[in-house]
Design a binder for this molecule. Structure first.
Ligand code: NI
Length: 169
């Protein structure tokens, strides 16, 4: 397995729309394993293929404290959404940046597993947030897109400042 490098905002490749996965082979299983390894190594709770510059509809998530509930969704689509919640989100493509985003409280998702079987996942709360956030990445969307222009520019200035400090450290 290998840890993949993660694209950081404002990399334009984060705006790429991912394509549907049609081949469920050993290469896909290896890629999913690498995505889990990358997500765990970065202490993330979710990762979309877009973020590692692979433009296929693959996402992984694990919201558990024990890091033992891996969920891989391929070609995920939302069948139903219900309610609303505000959750403070972060993103591995925006290190150190967090912001409140309003999303559906519950989602019912149809997807494929790594073998190509159809699965239905019903998620609520933080896992529902995570799935919606990662599905956005696959559509070329990032969480700061939901913020007001003022809030977004403040956060992006902070990201820039942190980068400069990291570079000079
Ligand atoms: Ni993200």
């Amino acid at each position: 397995m290998s840890v993949l490098s993660i694209l950081e905002f404002p990399d334009p490749r984060l705006r790429t729309k991912a394509e549907t996965v049609r081949t469920f082979d050993a290469e896909l299983k290896q890629f999913v394993a690498d995505m889990f390894e990358t997500m765990y190594a970065a202490n993330g709770v979710g990762l979309a293929a877009t973020q590692v510059n692979v433009h296929q509809r693959v996402l992984v998530a694990d919201m558990s404290d024990e890091r033992n509930q891996p969920l891989a969704l391929i070609n995920a689509e939302i069948l139903e959404k219900d309610g609303a919640q505000v959750y403070q989100e972060g993103c591995l493509s925006f290190p150190g940046i967090y912001a409140d985003v309003t999303r559906a409280l519950k989602v019912k998702v149809r997807a494929n597993d790594v073998d190509g079987n159809e699965i239905i996942v019903e998620a609520e709360g933080p896992l529902a947030v995570c799935i919606q956030h990662e599905m956005d990445h696959l559509a070329g969307k990032v969480f700061v897109d939901y913020l007001s222009p003022l809030k977004r520019s403040l956060l992006l200035k902070r990201l820039e400042k942190q980068r400069k400090q990291a570079a000079s450290a």
